[in-house]
Design a protein around this ligand. Sequence first.
Ligand code: PBG
Length: 336
Amino acid sequence: MRSHFLQSFPSSRLRRLRQSSWIRSLTAETQISPADLVWSIIIHDGNTPRIPVAAMPGVDRLNLDEAVKAAERAEALGIPAIAMFPHIHPDRKDEAGTESLNPDGLVPRAIKAMKAAAPNVGIICDVALDPFTSHGHDGLIDEKGYVLNDETTAVLVEQALMQARAGADIVAPSDMMDGRVGALRKALEAQDLINTMILSYAAKYASGFYGPYREAIGSATALIGDKKTYQQDPANSDEALREVALDIQEGADMVMVKPGLPYLDIVQRVSETFAIPTLAFQVSGEYAMIQAAAQKGWIDGHRVMLETIVSFKRAGASGVVTYFADRIADTLSAGA
Ligand code: PBG
């Protein structure tokens, strides 16, 4: 910032460039477009087309047919990719999360159906066991409930390979086990899946903002304890850089910071430090806060939704994963 270029008042009146919308547009430092968005959706393995998620007004769990329609809608709206998260029937959950490896399970069926309907929409799959485990943790646990690292990684690799074979374009480990990106990359190379991309949830914090998501995928009631032994402490910033550095060394193509808005400082540090695409995840609790305040008439939800996306981009995010993606893209294509 070369502030000596700045004239003093009244030569310099910064309000001159704010006086009308055309000059504000011309001088805007940040643009948002549908191409910046990843649409996060919740899918379920029942027949009901759409099941509302109480804590996320405007988000429904989608059955397969509705997921296909979402993929077509993304394509029409110019949203490049969809990230899907499964709600698995409790009867199919067990301690080891076995259903996560089922090649005929909900996730691989959804990948195939969505790719067939909208081949140009990227499909991003969550690599983690929490939708599938009876205890709600992202990995395998020992007798004390501790989430095992290396044993979990071995299962995650199988899960990701299954997703890649079903046609997932991007596998996105969100479990925070150490070394799992390297193990995954090695396995993908060995299986000739060399073009499968890895989006690592590299800096993922143990956050209260995931509450509504756990209701959405049905892991809230199941979860025993918390995830603080594997997800990051919200107090830490340098640690996020170490996480990202390791994941890049291990073979991540892109990295993610999660949650989003409360962690914009991390988004900025990561995107400035590493020359790698950095996504931010506007998580369920961020979505819920906006929708709840808007429903009460306390904020203009639509305006705040757009403002948050500008903020992510301004902080340096290359893209934003958001449950609002379809509504944002709708607004932007209407020229708002
Ligand atoms: C876990 C996972 C979580 C989310 C995506 N994958 C939650 C958690 O770590 O408990 C959260 C998404 C959201 O809140 O929108 N594998």
